[in-house]
Design a protein around this ligand. Sequence first.
Ligand SMILES: *[C@@H]1O[C@H](CO)[C@@H](O)[C@H](O)[C@H]1NC(C)=O
Ligand SMILES: *[C@@H]1O[C@H](CO)[C@@H](O)[C@H](O)[C@H]1NC(C)=O
Ligand SMILES: *[C@@H]1O[C@H](CO)[C@@H](O)[C@H](O)[C@H]1NC(C)=O
Ligand SMILES: *[C@@H]1O[C@H](CO)[C@@H](O)[C@H](O)[C@H]1NC(C)=O
Ligand SMILES: *[C@@H]1O[C@H](CO)[C@@H](O)[C@H](O)[C@H]1NC(C)=O
Ligand SMILES: *[C@@H]1O[C@H](CO)[C@@H](O)[C@H](O)[C@H]1NC(C)=O
Length: 487
Amino acid sequence: MVEIIRPARNRGFYVRMRFLHGRHGRQPEKMFCFRYFKWILWFSLSFCFFISFLISHSPNTHKPNNLSLSKSLSHSETIFASRALFESPNISALQQPKPHQGDLKNLKVYVYELPSRYNSDWLANERCSSHLFASEVAIHKAMLNSDVRTLDPWQADFFFVPVYVSCNFSTVNGFPAIGHARPLLASAVQLISSEFPFWNRSSGSDHVFIASHDYGACFHAMEHVAMADGIPEFLKKSVILQTFGVKYNHPCQDVENVVIPPYVSPEKVRSTLSKSPAEGRRDIFVFFRGKMEVHPKNISGRFYSKRVRTDIWQKYGGDRRFYLKRHRFPGYQSEIVRSVFCLCPLGWAPWSPRLVESVALGCVPVLIADGIRLPFPSAVRWPDISLTVAERDVGKLGDILEHVAATNLSAIQKNLWDPRTRQALLFNDHVLEGDASWQVLRALSDKLDRSHRSSRGSGSGTSHPLVESVQERQRAAFDGGRVTMRR
Ligand SMILES: *[C@@H]1O[C@H](CO)[C@@H](O)[C@H](O)[C@H]1NC(C)=O
Ligand SMILES: *[C@@H]1O[C@H](CO)[C@@H](O)[C@H](O)[C@H]1NC(C)=O
Ligand SMILES: *[C@@H]1O[C@H](CO)[C@@H](O)[C@H](O)[C@H]1NC(C)=O
Ligand SMILES: *[C@@H]1O[C@H](CO)[C@@H](O)[C@H](O)[C@H]1NC(C)=O
Ligand SMILES: *[C@@H]1O[C@H](CO)[C@@H](O)[C@H](O)[C@H]1NC(C)=O
Ligand SMILES: *[C@@H]1O[C@H](CO)[C@@H](O)[C@H](O)[C@H]1NC(C)=O
């Protein structure tokens, strides 16, 4: 929580620590030359910043509120960061490879610092950062800690708008109420579009939001209502990171989007695996635990799971190969790690957290959700690590799975147990190369054509030539620093 509220300070602390740490054991002579050189550099850099600051900020944008405070803060912190970069005497320390830079194409993301009622206030309830919709919290955390984050919005390719909309848990049933999602997001957009120039500049097309519940940015748990409501007008030009995805046209994905995995705590997975490894003995043939209505209710003409779970229960409830449980059990991950096949049937929405848990714990996911679009297809070779069974074929599950067990099961398990695959669907607090947050950044780096910073190079910029050239030099100085740092 502290990390989220005061991210910039943590980062500064880290830079300073490394700086102090690196000081020992330098030869005084070299030190002197280096210092001399670096002060000239530092001076010219600061001068550039100062000029660009004067040019790009008209004085009346400085209203004494928290947002503009954080805006000007970001500027001074950028200067501090670049100074620390050039001051550090330990060149070899700077040359340590940055593990998660990989092929992110020098992507830069600016994270808006919104008043706490949009995000961190919700963390008072600890479920907010751990339940299945918590990718909105996890991605925010990872972005704040990431190297692609820039504190200078003028340098950014994308603008991340951190609003938590899934944490208003009902006191009656514990489910998150999302009725407030639209007004809360609308108010955040209103705030950033009036306080910063970046939203209007692009109509929001380089702004990134997370919509991690059932039907993405339609913000309703029932499909027919979600479809009727559609995506709010003010989000339609932006990039939405969403758990919902299907291969056919659907109003709730009619927006630039990236399908992301639902949130599963990486600590919990690691703890389960430390007790029983993924490659260990698996004595359960087919596993499912979860809501399974014996006589599903007809809600406005719709049945939960399109009756698929009911059919599974009716056909295989008494089958000894099938371990089917209808009640909650906190230790269910220890069951997944004992299972060969894990059923991932649709619920109200096609996706489910079982998908992530099965993959992370090495149980072959059996997808039963027609037309589902899965997260990060470029990183996770879904056809090689999972099985897909059509909704109408659930009655044949037993035969299908027996056949796979007798033919290609070990090939599938070998692919599935590749640690890179198991990593790709988990969000860590600090981005690790190949983890889910990294995959999100990777997906954004494929959308750089939406970036103002990238497009300016090709002459579409409209700012004053002097601003342009100062910003250009400033960026060159930054990129230079970064190259040293990451090579
Ligand atoms: C510089 O940093 C590296 C890596 O952190 C360390 O191994 C090395 O001892 C440091 N060198 C000096 C001169 O401090
Ligand atoms: C601004 O910050 C102060 C303390 O940092 C806080 O008391 C106040 O409520 C904040 N105002 C807004 C509009 O968030
Ligand atoms: C949370 O949800 C409840 C019930 O749907 C609603 O009355 C309340 O206004 C919501 N709270 C916020 C802060 O939006
Ligand atoms: C962006 O456009 C809106 C609507 O036209 C306007 O109210 C707002 O002041 C503009 N923002 C900036 C920073 O100019
Ligand atoms: C479900 O209920 C709707 C009315 O809400 C009705 O028209 C429909 O026939 C019902 N379907 C079934 C299979 O009972
Ligand atoms: C395994 O066999 C099943 C059915 O026989 C097939 O659908 C699936 O694509 C195969 N998977 C792999 C990875 O070979």
